[in-house]
Ligand binder design. Structure first.
Ligand SMILES: Nc1ncnc2c1ncn2[C@@H]1O[C@H](COP(=O)(O)OP(=O)(O)O)[C@@H](O)[C@H]1O
Ligand SMILES: [Mg+2]
Length: 273
């Protein structure tokens, strides 16, 4: 992460990392912005030939603490992000991936979206949204038994393998909003994937094949039944499907739209019962 200043003295950050992670981070910023979550504006750029994510610098905002302060446990601005994080299978919405200014909240770091893991590498990103997906997105990645953040944990939960709606009025309001902004959001999704620079065709497929080979090897080396193994196997399945579809971009566009309608169906059903 490097801090820069443009000609007019405006500060910005350049974030580096694996290309698919930076692109996933960008897609997260676009779709979160679409539902009204405050995110620093993001742009995919090249600096000395190297791909970077350019972010508006949030000056006078504070870093998120390790644990979300109690006064944010019911925070609507945070909860606005839930369906987008689920859509993108983004499992890293801890309070340290938020920034704060008084009562205001901004989301940063969406690198664990799509087929990317939080610290690079690959994970599964499939067309169906399952109850396991919901549990995965809700679970704190480092504090076992805790919600990733309490504001998400107060909305819904997974108990005995079943989706449980905890705050019906909020979930209903959020779902209506999600459904009207992204339920048929093909235009915005397609442009986010294209502007992120995900590609299709032979180059994309050749690259994916190399990654797939490495992942298949990693899967055989990881402990049977471990989280690591399941991440690898999900990634193997996902990259295999991407190759069959003809590249990352087409696969991601279709998969996001399929997940959006899956979320709408699943949660309206849960609200009815
Ligand atoms: N837009 C921003 N404005 C100001 N500080 C930021 C911004 N984005 C990130 N940071 C700072 O950089 C740190 C790391 O950023 P993050 O995107 O979470 O990267 P990582 O993927 O390494 O976790 C954050 O905890 C925060 O302190
Ligand atoms: Mg982070």
């Amino acid at each position: 992460m490097e801090l820069w200043e443009d000609e007019r003295g405006k500060k910005y950050l350049l974030k580096g990392g694996p290309e698919h992670t930076l692109r996933a981070d960008y897609v997260g910023a676009r779709l979160l912005g679409k539902v009204g979550v405050t995110c620093p504006a993001a742009q995919i750029v090249r600096s000395d030939g190297i791909l970077k994510l350019r972010l508006d610098y949030l000056e006078e905002w504070e870093d998120g603490p390790i644990v979300l302060p109690e006064r944010f446990h019911d925070n609507k601005e945070i909860q606005d992000g839930f369906f987008v994080d689920l859509l993108l299978r983004q499992y890293d919405r801890t309070s340290w991936n938020m920034m704060f200014q008084g009562d205001r909240v901004a989301f940063i770091d969406h690198g664990a979206s799509l087929h990317s893991r939080a610290r690079g590498g690959y994970k599964g990103f499939l067309p169906d949204v399952t109850v396991q997906d919901i549990a995965f997105v809700l679970e704190h990645p480092e504090r076992s038994g805790h919600a990733v953040n309490e504001a998400y944990g107060r909305l819904v939960g997974v108990e005995n393998g079943k989706l449980v709606i905890k705050d019906r009025p909020r979930v209903e309001r959020l779902l209506n909003h999600f459904s009207s902004t992204l339920g048929n959001g093909e235009g915005i999704v397609n442009s986010a994937i294209d502007e992120a620079g995900f590609s299709d065709g032979r180059r994309s497929v050749e690259f994916l094949k190399k990654q797939l080979e490495r992942l298949e090897n990693e899967a055989t080396l990881s402990a049977p039944g471990s989280r690591e193994e399941s991440m690898c196997l999900g990634a193997v399945d996902t990259l295999t499907r991407m190759i069959a579809t003809g590249g990352e971009a087409t696969y991601l566009k279709k998969t996001i739209m399929s997940r959006a309608s899956g979320i709408v169906d699943m949660f309206y059903e849960a609200l009815r019962t």
